[in-house]
Ligand binder design. Structure first.
Ligand code: OAD
Length: 253
């Protein structure tokens, strides 16, 4: 009888035993098992919608209600979902390593809802909104129930606090993500196609500073060639399996 190939190699387990700093770089695939659509898979958002019609500033200025409505639809999906096994397992890594950072391209806030404490959101957060004129923030969850683009007291339009095409990433989030990449011993690149920059730069920074790269995905991606280990499967299965090994070789802090 053929034996089952080992998923997590002993050398990787040994590294996890000895490292103190772990970074997760996550993408839409990590939230897929929560029922939130990804972007580039067969039934992904960008296979049904055009980013230029919905996810850029000009589109918002041309038709604010349409763009707002689309974000309301996505907020609704996120509100009705919750963190999955992958998010919870990532949060539990905090019990076993003194330094765990999560750098995410997801805007769904699910890492925080699962209990992760150090989260850098490179593409913003759908639960926050701000005025394009005076930059006042509107973070109340009730506020996000408006079905048309609301206006600020100053008269400016209010937009979701997410990064649109052609916009820069929030500088401080990216700087902190870079620092986390520079100091981590192991980086897990989970559920991302690794095609959107500058987020996709993070593994290259980690590599330059000596980290071990572990990819977790249902298939090969643009970054697979660079990874030391590719763990193929669903994030909700693989990340808890890695956590089990971590529990076995490290004691809780
Ligand atoms: P993509 O939709 O491009 O890629 C999702 C990745 O997740 C793919 O590589 C899938 O193979 C993988 N995947 C799907 N289901 C999975 C599962 N259950 N377990 C593990 N992996 C799974 O999403 P991102 O790479 O996150 O930006 O996209 C990056 C950015 O592109 C997004 O943040 C968004 C988009 O345009 C903005 O809107 C600014």
């Amino acid at each position: 009888m053929e034996s089952k190939p080992e998923l997590i190699k002993p050398e990787l387990i040994e590294l996890l035993r000895n490292t103190e700093s772990v970074l997760f770089l996550t993408g839409a695939g990590v939230s897929a098992e929560s029922g939130i659509p990804t972007f580039r898979d067969a039934d992904g958002i960008w296979n049904k919608m055009k980013p230029e019609e919905l996810a850029n500033f000009d589109a918002f200025m041309k038709n604010p209600d349409l763009v707002w409505e689309w974000y309301q639809y996505r907020r609704q999906i996120i509100r009705e979902s919750g963190p999955n096994k992958a998010h919870y397992a990532i949060a539990e890594f905090q019990k076993y390593f003194p330094d765990v950072s999560v750098v995410t391209q997801n805007i769904d806030n699910l890492h925080r809802r699962a209990g992760s404490e150090t989260v850098f959101e490179l593409h913003g957060n759908i639960e926050r909104s701000y005025c394009i004129k005076c930059h006042a923030y509107y973070n109340s969850p009730n506020f996000t129930f408006y079905d048309k683009a609301p206006k600020c007291l100053c008269g400016g339009l209010i937009r979701p606090d997410v990064v649109w095409f052609g916009e820069s990433l929030p500088e401080s989030e990216f700087n902190q993500a870079e620092k986390a990449a520079q100091r981590c011993g192991v980086i897990f690149i989970a559920g991302t196609a690794s095609v959107v920059y500058p987020a996709a730069q993070i593994p290259f920074i980690a590599r330059r500073f000596g980290a071990c790269l572990v990819e977790i995905n249902i298939g090969e991606t643009e970054i697979s060639y660079l990874a030391d280990y590719c763990l193929y499967g669903r994030a909700g299965d693989i990340i808890p399996a890695v956590l089990e090994e971590v529990k076995r070789v490290r004691t809780a802090l």
